[in-house]
Design a binder for this molecule. Structure first.
Ligand SMILES: CCCCCCCCCCCCC/C=C/[C@@H](O)[C@H](COP(=O)(O)O)NC(=O)CCCCCCCCCCCCCCC
Ligand SMILES: Nc1ncnc2c1ncn2[C@@H]1O[C@H](COP(=O)(O)OP(=O)(O)O)[C@@H](O)[C@H]1O
Ligand SMILES: [Ca+2]
Length: 594
């Protein structure tokens, strides 16, 4: 239908005359003044936000003066974010005057038809969940003052739910009728995004009759897109998929119907699904930081820096067995310095491979550690020792605190995750590693750090430690030798005797004496809790021994990956090529030249 979309005429912007051209893929206007350099402004039709008759202002939205020869076009304008990542998107607005009302109507009609043709995923109806307590508690304000007016301008209707409890959004998505919606918008942080993720993945598998507990099952991709309006503490998923944490930019990506597939990691324990993860699945340092930070939620986002410093000073490491199934090294490597940017070729090449469905056999995911040693599972690699942290991430995990992320060359949609092992080392070395996560220096170029691109991971405790657990938030069971226990007992002997009489067995008492408040213990006598906890996208997992599998491109976001100058240029060339191909196919194209 390209032919129907073409239009060309004189247009006025203020008192300057322009030649306006709609080619189908692009709308551009060039100043008609032979004495000066010709200035052309070009907007891809896919980035037009809305077209209105008359002279329309937004914020507050009003028709200033309804001249019947005018129309106003709203579109995406980029500006530098000032950081190392993507662009800020802003709303551009230009008011045009036509020679006649008939022509004005042609322009608005053709532009609107072109929008529908060139961005088919633009949502018409959205289900919006706002977490009023996320981040700095500004979710409601951000949505109503910044996002809602843009949705209205773009003709999107939304059903808004301000949550009153945790997991309300997840439960709604699992049970309620979703037929009228094109997508779900999450106003909040990574924890809120995780709720939406669980609701949508769960609902999709229920409807497909698939068992989420089985790590070998090929899960069904979710049909609804997810939009993220960042209003949380870390906003890693937003930053890693858009390149900036900015509600206007994210709202515009939703409006134009961008689509970014995303890998998801399923976490299992004892043949049952525990959770899904897209950003950080971290044991050791990041688990301890999360556990500590939950006590200081009132601090808002700063709780992480505060807790991070406390946990760093407690100087802990943990014993564990990590087993992983390496991804094909010929496809990509976590150290190849290729960043996943908008239009990423590594991810595009993965799409076909991921959906050929010839993947790994069920036996690869059997749930006991001991089975790894069998010959039939020769692909698995196993390492054992003490770790500062073990992290698995399906994406770079870039965020404002770490602009390139925990794994700068990880891919959003290649069906793999990056496993980062930081072996036990001295505090200064570990600080170097942490610091490199915030800079451009290579955090993997350190002798105590390993990174592997993987399809699946298992984590077990060394024998003898399987039964142990991290005691709720901020509590760990310290490993104390018999001699040391003697001295603790001596100090507390009076109360110990009393407890023994009052409460129970000698074994219970011995266990109790081993438990020392973590920071008293760890800061004063440099002891470490025996086990840490898993931080799964900001939630503490109830199990230590887990099996993880990456599911390629399981969900789609209203995003397009991180843009840089080169990706925008490629995109322009690509759309020009498409346009040229269309022109060749449509030599009979009609022009409304005037
Ligand atoms: C020397 C400075 C070192 C700074 C190290 C910064 C590393 C930042 C890595 C961030 C990875 C983020 C992965 C995303 C995780 C989120 O899913 C998840 C949930 O997000 P939500 O609350 O928005 O729902 N967020 C988190 O788990 C937060 C992790 C943030 C960890 C920050 C740690 C700061 C450490 C500061 C150490 C300071 C040492 C000072 C020594 C004197
Ligand atoms: N109304 C609510 N009351 C309490 N908790 C909520 C509510 N809505 C959502 N949550 C939960 O709050 C947690 C944190 O939300 P999030 O938006 O990620 O903020 P932050 O980034 O500050 O952690 C999530 O786990 C989510 O399930
Ligand atoms: Ca990935």
């Amino acid at each position: 239908m390209e032919t129907d979309l073409k239009l060309e005429s004189s247009l006025w912007v203020g008192n300057k005359r322009y030649r306006g051209v709609l080619t189908g893929w692009h709308f551009y206007w060039t100043e008609v003044d032979k004495n000066r350099d010709k200035k052309t402004i070009s907007v891809p039709v896919a980035e037009v936000v809305g077209v209105e008759e008359g002279c329309v202002e937004i914020l507050p939205r009003k028709s200033v003066e309804d001249t019947d020869k005018d129309f106003t076009v709203f579109y995406v304008k980029r500006s530098s974010s000032g950081g190392s990542s993507g662009f800020l998107w802003r709303l551009g607005r230009t008011q045009f005057s036509c020679p006649s009302r008939v022509l004005r109507d042609q322009w608005t009609k053709h532009l609107r038809t072109a929008l529908k043709t060139h961005s088919p995923l633009r949502p018409k109806r959205l289900l919006v969940f706002i977490n009023p307590f996320g981040g700095k508690r500004k979710g409601r304000k951000i949505y109503h003052s910044v996002v809602a007016p843009l949705f209205e301008l773009a003709g999107i209707s939304s059903h808004v739910i301000v949550t009153e409890r945790a997991n309300q959004a997840r439960d709604h998505l699992l049970k309620k009728d979703l037929t009228d919606f094109d997508g779900v918008v999450c106003v909040g942080g990574d924890g809120m995004f995780s709720e939406i993720l669980h609701g949508l993945i769960g609902r999709t598998q229920q409807e497909a009759g698939l068992c989420e507990n089985d790590p070998a099952v090929i899960l069904q991709p979710c049909p609804l897109h997810i939009g993220i309006i960042p209003a949380g503490s870390t906003d890693c998923v937003c930053y890693a998929t858009v390149g900036v944490v900015d509600p206007v930019t994210s709202a515009l990506h939703i409006i134009v119907g961008d689509s970014q597939p995303l890998d998801v990691c399923s976490v299992h324990h004892a043949s049952a699904l525990v959770r899904y993860s897209v950003s950080l699945l971290g044991y050791g340092f990041y688990g301890d930081v999360l556990a500590e930070s939950e006590k200081h939620r009132w601090m808002g986002p700063l709780r992480y820096e505060y807790s991070g410093t406390l946990v760093y000073l407690s100087n802990r490491s943990y014993a564990g067995i990590v087993q992983y199934l390496p991804a094909d090294p010929l496809l990509s490597s976590p150290r190849d310095k290729i960043r996943c940017l908008s239009g990423c070729s590594v991810c595009s090449r993965s799409t076909e491979r991921l959906f050929s469905h010839s993947s790994d056999s069920a036996s690869l995911y059997s749930s006991h550690c001991s089975q790894f040693s069998s010959d039939s599972e020769g692909e698995w690699v196993s390492v054992e020792g003490r770790f500062r942290c073990v992290s698995l991430t399906c994406m770079s995990c870039s965020c404002p605190r770490s602009p390139l992320g925990l794994s700068p060359s990880a891919h959003l949609a290649d069906g793999t995750g990056d496993l980062i092992l930081v072996w036990d080392t001295n505090p200064l070395d570990f600080l170097t590693y942490l610091h490199r996560q915030t800079s451009t220096q290579d955090q993997f170029d350190l002798p105590f750090v390993e990174v592997h691109r993987v399809k699946a991971v298992r984590f077990c405790l060394p024998s003898g430690k399987e039964g142990e657990s991290y005691e709720e938030i901020g509590g760990g069971n310290c490993e104390i030798s018999d001699e040391e226990r003697g001295s603790v007992e001596t100090e507390n002997s009076a109360s110990s005797q009393q407890n023994l009489a009052e409460t129970g067995t000698g074994q219970e008492m011995a266990d109790e004496q081993k438990t020392v408040p973590p920071f008293m213990c760890c800061l004063c006598c440099s002891k470490t809790p025996a086990v840490s906890v898993w931080n799964c996208d900001g939630e503490i997992l109830p199990f230590t021994e887990i099996l993880c599998r990456i599911h390629g491109q399981l969900v789609h976001l209203y995003a397009r990956g991180i843009e840089d100058e080169a990706t925008i240029q490629n995109c322009r060339e690509e759309s020009n090529n498409c346009e040229r191909r269309c022109i060749l196919h449509n030599k009979t194209g009609l022009n409304f030249g005037l």
